[in-house]
Ligand binder design. Structure first.
Ligand code: NG1
Ligand code: ZN
Length: 533
């Protein structure tokens, strides 16, 4: 039965603040770090119950607020195969977090356990980690109190990236099986990625050093270890590694800064030379944005859409060279934020699907392809190989040396790619593989297609819940009449496209617009038109 006394005693040390409403959204619970103590304690118990419900499979808990400002923090659960928490449990998590008192929490727990028929005699196994935020240690202590209260077996993975935590969950749950994902340590992760990378670039001309903006976050720690594993194969030049400097995290640096402001982090201005490529990670190293300076020192961004185009084209080429054309179908998943230029380029070559914002939607849609490439424009994404495809690759008999080489490249790609979740460091190695194989500089990569000028702005509204969308968030059904106004505006601009949707992570409405001509995407036009606000 439920250890009610232990839970009560510890819960009283983590009471919920009054007048705060929590919501488990697309990124888990996320708000100011100093509001999350009770949430952490309760998530500790919830995670243990999820493990029990899944017969003692290991569940992951990640404490991070990703690209958000340093005072924010958050927590999300990772399911046994390294995936995002099952949707139905998001509601349970929200209910438990909002019980006003310890007694109400215990009542809610009781009802929840009965509803889901959770067998409390099953073991609870967990693995948890945090990013570098200053609020992390005390939040981890609250989480550990939750584990202790219910008697869970929990492994502390320390300070590491979100993708490493996802990797660990999958590695632990597949350990000793024929589908073993890798050694269940951070070291195992680094070994797996770097070994596959070295095989993939063996025999290629030396790769120029790569400048990495670590956003002053946890990517600096894991990036440094990765650099050691890569040695001379790929020299990583780490910048923005000030993980202990107050206020530095994600401040005027990192993938979100670059994507949103469409410019170079000021801290790299004196570092990057014309022609040189660089990339930015976000605060938990699951987003990646590349860029380069042209020979006139103009900044050019290579975002998630450009990464998807580069990678998908390469994989298609390899399947052809391996003699697997027609056998293995490669498909792309995007969201409404994908640049129209990328959608046009990709859909002329491959099946492309558009889904609502949020990694879980992309991930699930990508699972329907033999090889599914998914990326959000903001740089979060990965490539999924279906179990049948993995099987096919391991049993296929190539009939020429060229086919054999291509097949080996495909197999090594399945190892360099973190298939559990978008992973900046893994995606970075993937990009570097393609650039090395194609002998591309940033300029050549950028030339695959031309980005349409675009703007993305946040608008604060009294109640964002009245904004309802359809067609993968590309059209509004509520408030009534607003979509007709947007349609009317779009018609006035060449290649105009715009949409409005409520954010799932912030209390704002996002407005996106693009057009063929820069001045029509911003200026006094679509974005700033008062009728959209
Ligand atoms: P919301 O706040 O729902 O727009 C943002 C990002 C998503 C995703 C989530 C989770 C944009 C426009 N939206 O979602 O792509 O990354 O955060 O972190 O970038
Ligand atoms: Zn992130």
């Amino acid at each position: 039965s439920l250890p009610v006394d232990a839970i009560r005693a510890l819960s009283q040390q983590h009471e919920k603040p009054a007048n705060v409403h929590y919501q488990y959204g697309t990124a888990g619970f996320r708000t100011l770090g100093n509001l999350l103590d009770s949430v952490m304690f309760r998530v500790g118990i919830l995670a243990a119950l999820r493990s029990k419900r899944l017969d003692g499979k290991t569940i992951g808990v990640m404490v991070t607020a990703s690209h958000n400002p340093e005072p924010d923090n958050g927590v999300k659960l990772v399911d046994p195969r390294g995936e995002m928490l099952e949707a139905a449990w998001e509601t349970h998590a929200t209910n438990l977090a909002n019980a006003p008192t310890t007694d109400a929490f215990i009542d809610a727990l009781d009802a929840f356990i009965k509803l889901l028929r959770i067998d409390l005699s099953k073991p609870a196994r967990l693995v948890y980690a945090r990013d570098t935020r200053p609020s992390g240690p005390s939040l981890i202590a609250a989480l550990e109190d939750g584990f202790k209260a219910i008697g869970a077996e929990a492994r502390n993975a320390g300070v590491t990236t979100t993708p490493v935590l996802h990797y660990l969950v999958k590695a632990i749950n597949t350990k000793g099986t024929k589908n073993a994902y890798g050694d269940d340590t951070e070291e195992g992760y680094l070994q797996k990625l770097s070994t596959a990378f070295k095989k993939l670039v063996a025999g290629k001309p030396a790769i120029p050093p790569l400048v990495i903006d670590c956003a002053n976050g946890v990517g600096a720690i894991v990036g440094e270890k990765l650099a050691e594993h890569l040695g001379d194969t790929l020299k990583l030049v780490l910048h923005n590694t000030a993980i202990t400097t107050a206020g530095a995290l994600n401040n005027a640096c990192g993938a979100d800064f670059v994507k949103t402001s469409q410019r170079l982090p000021p801290s790299l201005a004196s570092v990057l030379k014309p022609g040189q490529r660089a990339c930015s990670l976000d605060g938990d190293a699951d987003r990646l944005i590349y860029y380069y300076l042209d020979d006139r020192s103009q900044f050019h961004m290579l975002d998630g859409d450009k990464i998807a185009a580069l990678v998908a084209a390469f994989i298609v080429e390899l399947t052809k060279s391996a003699g697997l054309e027609g056998e293995i179908q490669v498909g792309i998943v995007q969201t409404a934020y994908a640049n129209g230029g990328s959608t046009k380029y990709l859909s002329e070559r491959l099946p492309v699907k558009c889904v609502p914002t949020g990694v879980k939607h992309l991930h699930h849609a990508a699972e329907h392809y033999d090889i599914g490439v998914y990326f959000e424009a903001n740089g979060h994404g990965t490539v999924l190989f279906s179990p049948e495809t993995l099987e096919k690759l391991s049993t296929y008999q190539p009939s020429t040396p060229a086919q054999s080489t291509a097949l080996n490249h495909l197999i090594n790609l399945t190892q360099v790619i973190n298939q559990t979740v978008g992973d900046a460091l893994s995606d970075m190695l993937l990009v570097e593989v393609v650039l090395a194989h194609k002998s591309y500089s940033g300029l050549e990569w950028d030339s695959l297609y031309v980005d349409l000028p675009n703007r993305l702005v946040k608008v604060v509204v009294p109640d964002r819940s009245i904004f309802k969308t359809e067609d993968a968030e590309r059209r509004l059904v509520s408030p009534p009449g607003l979509q007709a106004k947007i349609d009317e505006l779009i018609r006035r601009y060449d290649g105009g496209r715009a949409f409005v949707r409520p954010s799932g992570t912030e209390d704002v409405v996002r407005v996106y617009a693009e057009a063929t001509v820069r001045s029509q995407a911003d200026g006094k036009s679509l974005i700033l038109d008062p009728s959209i606000r």
